[in-house]
Design a protein around this ligand. Structure first.
Ligand code: NAP
Length: 305
């Protein structure tokens, strides 16, 4: 039976993938988590090389999806060594362990490997990360692909999807400020109108990964670098406007036309998804429908007083 290991199953993307694979019959799925280990999950610290080797030897997966990472640019900038331990060294541990068993590895990377000055970017475009997060993810890509030919790097842009807290995604993290800016006498919310993003729905990415796993199970694995992206360009200011509309509130939002983040971020990293599209892989949920589903589900679970 085809066996898949999902590493980082407790995270924003990992949870969507677990949900997607529940619809797949005939596969065995093993999930790992770190600080939020659920009853169906194996506790694994991916920074521990020995533990990774033991996990892969014990479970003997045919495919490993690595969704564990430090994905917060400000945290990476502050502590690049800690970011490298997760985003580079851990990927290297899995690459070595998977090579020994000839398992296929799919590792998630980011559009932040590019500098955002000349979109759209192809898988083979020249990377030039602007911050520690992007540098660590690029190094992780290279660590994987240098160690094994039986692997795929899947680059993704800004993600949103079902959440357990607003802060889990840089899209939904805007909600508290949007709500505050809709209060009578509330503070206006300053929103970035400089950088263009392509918010991508995690259930769509999960479907892409399931289709890639299916190819692997069929003996036709995709290897090298692939990219998947939503196709609606928008700034965070526009994202905030759409969220306010979905929430049915009138928020006082102010467009900030110059970059204001302490950590440098690229302006427009539009990822070309043509390689996967040519394989007939993919789905794009319109942003307004996706964000409404996320907001409705979260508010149903956390009714406001
Ligand atoms: N979110 C985005 O907008 C975005 C955009 C582009 C690319 N990506 C990439 O997509 C992938 C998934 O991101 P995400 O947003 O799902 O991240 P996330 O929600 O922050 O989840 C991170 C995952 O990593 C696990 N983890 C953290 N430290 C660990 C450790 N020492 N050992 C084992 N597991 C550990 C966490 O486990 P616990 O929760 O159990 O501690 C969690 O499952 C990452 O590679 C990220 O770089 C994300």
């Amino acid at each position: 039976m085809f066996k898949v290991a999902i590493v980082g199953a407790s995270g924003l993307l990992g949870r969507a993938l677990v949900r997607e694979l529940q619809t797949q019959t005939g596969w065995q799925v093993v999930q790992t988590a770190f600080s939020r280990v659920g009853p169906q999950q194996v506790a694994l610290d991916v920074r521990d090389a020995r533990a990774v080797v033991d996990f892969v030897a014990r479970e003997a997966p045919d495919a490993i999806v690595i969704a564990a990472a430090e994905r917060r640019p400000d945290v990476c900038e502050h502590d690049p060594a800690a970011a490298r331990a997760l985003n580079v060294d851990a990927v290297r541990h899995f690459a070595a362990a998977a090579t020994a068993r000839n398992a296929w590895v799919l590792s998630i990377s980011t559009d932040y490997v590019f500098d955002g000055s000349a979109p759209p970017y192809l898988p083979e475009s020249t990377p030039n990360p602007l911050n520690a997060y992007g540098r660590s993810k690029l190094e992780g890509e290279r660590a994987l692909l240098d160690a094994t030919g039986n692997a795929l790097v899947l680059r993704l842009p800004l993600l949103y999807g079902p959440i357990v807290s607003w802060q889990e995604s840089a899209v939904t993290s805007l909600v508290p400020a949007i709500r505050a800016a809709a209060q009578k006498d509330g503070k206006p919310a300053l929103m970035d109108a400089w950088a263009t993003r392509y918010p991508t729905f995690t259930p769509d990415v999960a479907l892409v990964i399931r289709e890639l796993l299916t190819r692997c199970a069929d003996g036709d694995a995709v290897r090298g670098i692939a990219q998947w992206s939503g196709d609606e360009p928008m700034t965070k200011y526009e994202i905030a406007q759409r969220i306010a509309r979905a929430l049915g509130i009138d928020a006082n939002l102010i467009a900030q036309t110059e970059p204001a983040d302490a950590t440098p971020r690229p302006r427009d990293c539009h990822l070309d998804s043509g390689r996967l599209e040519a394989l007939g892989i993919g789905r794009r949920t319109p942003f307004d429908a996706g964000i409404r589903a996320v907001l409705d589900a979260f508010e149903a679970q956390h009714p406001r007083a």
